[in-house]
Design a protein around this ligand. Sequence first.
Ligand SMILES: *[C@@H]1O[C@H](CO)[C@@H](O)[C@H](O)[C@H]1NC(C)=O
Ligand SMILES: *[C@@H]1O[C@H](CO)[C@@H](O)[C@H](O)[C@H]1NC(C)=O
Length: 195
Amino acid sequence: MPLASSLEQSRVYYYLISSAALVMALMLSASWQWLLAGAPRQPARMRLFMHDVLTGPGATAVAVVNGTGPKVLGGEPPLRFGTVVVIDDVLTEEASPESTPLGRAQGFYVFASMHGPALLFCMNVVLTAGPYSGSTFTVVGHDNITAPLRELSVVGGTGRFRMATGYVLWRTASWEVRDNAVLDLDVFLYVHAHA
Ligand SMILES: *[C@@H]1O[C@H](CO)[C@@H](O)[C@H](O)[C@H]1NC(C)=O
Ligand SMILES: *[C@@H]1O[C@H](CO)[C@@H](O)[C@H](O)[C@H]1NC(C)=O
């Protein structure tokens, strides 16, 4: 066989073998990802009503810092950028505070926008009743309190929600300006298959 043609032939073999290897590697990595991801999952759903009570003997939210930045909400005295409120709010099954308690929302929010009443929200949802009693999950996010619908992130959890991710569709059910609010939380939780 002439040298040139045998070189040509070995080049063809080389390409065949290397592309077969590539295809196999791709197939393996795809099935590995499939194993890791598990079957498509349905989120766990939960509806919670959160009672943010700032006034009266039953207050569960306390402003611990009066902001010194720009005014973000009117009234006397005005609410300012930088205000921090610490909460241990009751969570119930329905909008009424007398409905079945499901747990507490423990954390804080900061007026974190210079241009309006938008909060950085950071809280643990500690469930004490219902099918997920004893488990917790952590919510962090941007909450523009004047927007009709907000979306906050679930960034982790414990117990049944270990390594969970997800989101909360967040609405104001009722609100007396600068006073007490009831928040309507529609929670979507994706639990890690191997947690
Ligand atoms: C914030 O200001 C209000 C109204 O002036 C006052 O009642 C409250 O004690 C202040 N809170 C803090 C933490 O300084
Ligand atoms: C908050 O939402 C309102 C209404 O959707 C919008 O007009 C405003 O620009 C938003 N503000 C911030 C600080 O995100």
